[in-house]
Design a protein around this ligand. Structure first.
Ligand SMILES: [Zn+2]
Ligand SMILES: [Zn+2]
Length: 132
């Protein structure tokens, strides 16, 4: 699968039994449909976060294409008030794209503690790359 952001070939990593596609070049992460829910499991704010998703139509960031069907992805705002993250979502529901660092932001909005398994694994895998 190629990266929707920079076109490089992505690598597959396993994160707590969830397979994620990761781009070494830009640090972006692709999650197939349903995988975010799995990663957020146990987060006390999970439902609140998942119901906060709303279309970000007016946002003029370059549209990326779904790495599976190549359709232009829709902008999606997740989070609340001043803690919002702009994601890209396949209109056909194949999955979600997270720019570098956004997955960690989302997990934290979902209430996962810094010490939770998934967050620790992410940190181990990517270290400070994600904070660029
Ligand atoms: Zn990339
Ligand atoms: Zn798609």
């Amino acid at each position: 699968m190629t990266c929707p952001h920079c076109g490089e070939e992505m690598i597959v990593l396993e994160l707590d039994q969830v397979e994620i596609d990761y781009c070494l070049a830009c640090g972006g992460i692709w999650l197939d449909s349903g995988e975010l829910e799995m990663l957020l499991d146990g987060g006390p704010e999970k439902d609140k976060l998942l119901t906060s998703f709303q279309p970000g139509e007016k946002i003029r960031e370059r549209k990326k294409r779904c790495p599976i069907c190549r359709k232009k992805m829709a902008k999606l705002l997740a989070g609340h008030n001043n803690e919002r993250v702009l994601l890209d979502k396949c209109p056909r529901g194949h999955g979600l794209w997270f720019d570098s660092g956004e997955l960690r932001q989302i997990l934290s909005i979902g209430g996962l503690a810094e010490s939770s398994k998934v967050v620790v694994l992410l940190k181990d895998m990517f270290g400070n790359q994600e904070d660029r």
